[in-house]
Design a protein around this ligand. Structure first.
Ligand SMILES: Nc1ncnc2c1ncn2[C@@H]1O[C@H](COP(=O)(O)OP(=O)(O)OP(=O)(O)O)[C@@H](O)[C@H]1O
Length: 252
């Protein structure tokens, strides 16, 4: 059997996460959902090695994550946080180039510039590579932050609300891009209608516990979703044969 990318056993992290057990295989695309304060960002931070579990265990590629140096983690995992502060005076290209620091001394300049160029093209930020961050719109800035993650050439992408600030078209394009990436991706998504578009598997957190783990259709149509969010999901068939979900508050 393949060694999972992440293996979490009974991990607990004060103040919120409680006995989380989870196995993530290479190349899986997971949507992490749950109401505000459920512990989604806390779980991502733990997976990124920024917070250690207080009890239980967490391994990356079969090795306890606590045994990795920050640099080694950064070579494997790119993390887009919800609260990344960027110095507004940064030139976009220089900011994206920060992602290559974990490879300093190993990667040659050609590899670095190729990684930066590919990431910039994927995220459609080439036209403003020479602009200052402060002169970008919110959506452009979000794409630049994602480009920094991709230029890190990671095996795993941890994304906290990657569709923040993006308009409808930009969201769709971003999800299309993410879907095509042959990486393991765990993304916090607040817009539940985006979950089936992106994910092969959905994790529902509520009050720090993993209450559902399954296909997007299973999780979105589960009673647990209704209990966690107080909404019901209605699956709607589209004229082209595909289906989508619409959500409405549960009547009390
Ligand atoms: N360092 C901390 N100290 C105390 N409480 C914390 C800390 N970090 C998170 N919390 C609390 O843990 C809970 C979960 O926070 P977290 O940011 O993980 O939730 P979330 O599911 O990502 O929420 P949102 O959807 O609002 O972003 C919240 O109640 C938060 O206030």
């Amino acid at each position: 059997m393949n060694v999972p990318v992440f293996q979490i056993d009974q991990a607990t992290r004060i103040p919120i996460l409680s006995q989380i057990s989870l196995s993530v295989q290479k190349g899986e695309h997971l949507a992490l959902i749950g109401p505000n304060g459920a512990g989604k960002s806390s779980l991502l931070r733990m997976l990124a090695g920024l917070d250690q579990p207080g009890s239980g265990s967490l391994s990356l590629n079969g090795i306890n994550l606590s045994e990795f140096s920050r640099r080694d983690i950064a070579r494997e995992i790119a993390y887009l946080s919800q609260t990344d502060e960027i110095d507004p005076a940064f030139i976009v290209e220089d900011y994206i180039a920060l992602s290559r620091l974990p490879f300093r001394g190993d990667a040659n300049p050609y590899e670095d510039s190729l990684a930066i160029r590919n990431a910039a093209q994927h995220c459609e930020v080439v036209p403003f590579l020479q602009r200052r961050i402060e002169h970008l719109s919110g959506g452009e800035r979000q794409r630049v932050m994602l480009a920094r993650c991709l230029a890190q050439t990671p095996q795993v992408l941890l994304l906290d609300e990657p569709t923040n600030h993006l308009d409808l078209t930009a969201r769709s394009r971003l999800l299309q891009l993410l879907r095509q990436l042959p990486l393991t991706i765990i993304a916090v998504l607040h817009d539940l209608s985006l979950v089936p578009e992106f994910a092969s598997r959905a994790l529902l957190l509520n009050e720090g516990k993993l209450v559902r783990d399954g296909s997007p259709t299973e999780v979105l149509s589960s009673e647990a979703l209704a209990e966690s969010f107080g909404i019901e999901a209605i699956q709607v068939c589209l004229p082209d044969g595909a289906s989508t979900f619409v959500f409405r508050p549960l009547c009390s």
